[in-house]
Structure formats: structure tokens, C-alpha cells
Design a protein around this ligand. Sequence first.
Ligand code: F6R
Length: 364
Amino acid sequence: GKNGYPFYMEKEIMEQPEAIENTIKNRIVGGMPDFTADGVPDTLFTECEHICIVACGTAMHAGLVAQALVKSILHMHIEVQMASEFMYSDPVIDEKTLVIAVSQSGETIDTLEAVKYAKNRGAKCLAIINVKGSSIARESDYVLYTNAGPEIAVASTKAYTTQLAVFYLIVARMAHSRGVFDDAQTQSFVRELQRTPEVMKKVLERRRDIHVVAKKVLGAKDLFMIGRGLDYSILLEGSLKLKEVSYIHSEAYASGELKHGPIALITQDTPVVATVTQEKLMSKELSNIKEVKSRGADVVVFIKESIVGDLAKEYEIFTLPDMQDEFMVLPASVALQLLAYYVSSDKGFDVDKPRNLAKVVTVE
Ligand code: F6R
């Protein structure tokens, strides 16, 4: 049942601290990431030369976050491919490619076909899956289950954040096995990941503040979400979530790219949601936020607590509890899920069953 919540989506958003706990707890041994119980050998991580992530929708967005982490921490070649485009894009993959397939259901046909294609080319395939024994799990060489529990709402929430948690563990394990991280660096990265449930709880406890923010975008027909780097990756997912449950046309845009065209669409009728979670990008992001504000847009900013300064004087703000920058995706995602949820439920929609959508997509 819904455990007293009006919708599964809210229940599943609220379950995330526990879901993340279940994803990581048996995979940390002596403070180190450990996939022994999953049967995933280190050779998978040491023998590959590049990585290709295949997935659809929300699962692909988890892959985009992983891509940023792999580049900045492992300095490896990595690409993220929409599974539906993969086979028709002449992908450059071979025996040296580690293909990582990401899927909640494990039944998405595009992702399943991509895995079969990659295996035919000699690539090793690791799957990150929620549903045990599903088709993609069976087809792949190795599986890391997300252990999020059943996800009933069509809009994916806890599946996404647990996919992220698995990716953080993979990056840590890979960095250690490839000699990029020493023991101490690996343990400190894992310790930060272990803070996630507590940090997410802080966001969830303040969900009423997000409900207040949600009222600001309720009436919008069109909306932009802007950010750079990891902020942009988070917003692609936040924007998909808002689109599918609230039916507001929302576009996530890299904020530096905005002035190369779409800023023409910014008026007082297009609210803008921004995330500012990466200290090194902050000053550029803030100047992009100013640009849209000066075009008349109402701006809502989700910003890391420790860098908020006096921004609340000028903008509608929600502060995100601090984590190290590369982990800020986790609290920010929960906040954006809540934003989409409140807009949808305030509009009186059937949040769990958006029109035209199905939980499992088995047609190409
Ligand atoms: C969005 C959503 C979809 C799925 C996509 C892939 O909320 O749920 O975008 O993420 O259809 O599904 P799985 O993960 O089952 O392969």
C-alpha cells in the first residue's frame, strides 16, 4: 500500500534514505567499496579502456552524472548513449569497452537490445538493475542490483538515486583498483556517500518549503531549468520529472548555452529554476541567473547551503544541505523530485499515472 501517503510517488520519494542504505550497506567492507558478494571482479574495472553507458530516460540521466564523475576522477573516456539511438549510431565499442546498462525494470527493450548488440561486439556488460532476475539482468555478464524495493509510481525517483549510489560505489572501486585513489582517498569518498541518507532526510524534513516554492511555478506553461556541469545533469532529470507529472513544458538548458538562442524565449511568463551546487561554477551560474532575471523571469534557486550568501534577498531560495560538491546531486535530486510532485498534486493530477506513460516500455 501507500503507507498513508496519497500517492506512491510521495511514498517512494520519502523512502529514499532507507533505499540508499539498502543499496550501499552490504557493499562497504572495512570502509572500502566491495562487490565480492555481487560476483563483480576487479578485472572488469582494470582491463577496460573506456566505458559506454546505455540507458533510457531517468536511467540515462543517472548515467550522465556517472559520466561527469568518471571524467573528473578516473580521467577515462566515457560516453552515455540513449539506448534507442545506440545501435544506429555505429558505436565505437570492442573487447576493451565496459558497457554499463542502467534500468529500473530490467525490461526496457531498447536497453536490452543495446546490451545484446554490445555483447556481440565483444564488450563486457555490467548492468545496474532494480528488478531481480529481469531480462537485462539475465542478458548481462554482471549485475549490481539497486535494492530500492518495488517502484510503483510511473515517474522514477528512488530507482534513480539508488542508481546514482551504485555509480558512486563503482567509481570508488574503480579508482582504487586502477590506482587513482589510495586507501585513504577511497575510504573518505565512501564515507561521504554514507552520509547520503542523513542528508536526504534533512531535505525531506523541509519538504513544506519546497511545496511553497512549487506554487511559484504552478501556473507556468513553459519553464526553463538552468545550470552548468553536474548542475545541468541534475536538471535534465528534474526537468523530465516536472514534464511527465505536471505537464508543464520544461526545458533543461546548460546555462552558458542559453544565450545562443533560447534566451529569446525568456519573458516574465517563463519561470526559471536554477541549481547552484558546484562551487567552482558558482560565479558563472549566478551571472547567467542574473541575465534571465533581467529579462523578467521569476527565478527559483536551489543552492548549496554554505554558498548561499545573501542571495535570498534577490531570489526565491531553497537551500540544500551540504555535501562535497560531487555528491550534491543526491540532495538536489530529492528537492527537484518534490518540486515536480507538489506541482502535479496541487494541480490535481493522478501523480502516479501520468497520461500516455507506462512503467515498462517494451516497444522500440
Ligand atoms: C521517468 C521514467 C522513464 C524510465 C525509462 C527507463 O520517470 O521512469 O524515463 O526511466 O523508461 O526505464 P527503465 O529504467 O525501467 O529501463
